[in-house]
Design a protein around this ligand. Sequence first.
Ligand code: FES
Length: 299
Amino acid sequence: MEKTIGEIIVEAMPFLDRASDAVQPRVQDLVAAGGTTARNVLDGVWMEVPLHPVLTDVPIGSWTAALVFDGLDIVSGKQAMRNAADASLALGVAGGFAAAAVGFSDWRYTSGGSRRMGMAHALLNAVGLTLSTSSLVLRAAGRRNAGRLAFLAGYSLNGMGAHLGGELSYKYGLRVNRNTFEATGPDDYTPVLDESELGTDEMRRIEVDGVGVLLSRSEKDGRVCAIAATCNHFSGPLEQGDREGDTVVCPRHKSRFDLCNGKVIDGPAVFPQSGYETRVREGKIEVKAVEENVQEKVE
Ligand code: FES
């Protein structure tokens, strides 16, 4: 099988595992030290999408604009183009530092191939960002041509780094909703358990139509609640997690979900767990997938 560009780049850097061994525990400690609020900000819980791809749009867009303005400056010699190039470059550098901080946070749970590729992605982008920062310094010192060249080299490395970022998502599924590709469960009410078998504080995993569903009773009003039993972050088994009131904490990386609607309370997960409608008929608990979660399978 042909290797991807990402795999070729990773193989050219045999030191990635050693570098990851040294850096990853420190990143994990640093993020943990920030507390739950800081973690939720970095993970993008407040936006309900991963934050890193949002922030990377800033340097990609700004640096591409800077490249165009540099070209127009060379052709026209206009000061306005020069100023626009420098401002776009500076904005991209600021966005690049923010994206790097959040990207390291995303990388803290990776392992194996995704950890190696994540480290290669980080190194290429770090060198690219350093060159773009140097370009700002060179431009300010009046060495504009050297600054342009440094930026061009940095832009190329960041392009390669961005490609690896794409492979991290598309090949390794980093920060995607892992439940998207699973069965969605019954699209009509289906009996799954005798109501008498579900205790008040209990969380019970049942299998129905090829999907694991986590049943519980709300502490507030006793109604039966149901959400997907497999954590959409890295497939943690939620039935083995800790129950805290009407929420469950994933045993793997401590994402916390509302047991009745699947909403994320704490990350690193950012996507809600799929929810199920419930009812009790003739002593049986019945569940059906919430309509918006039912996906037609493409043949
Ligand atoms: S698997 Fe990571 S938080 Fe659940």
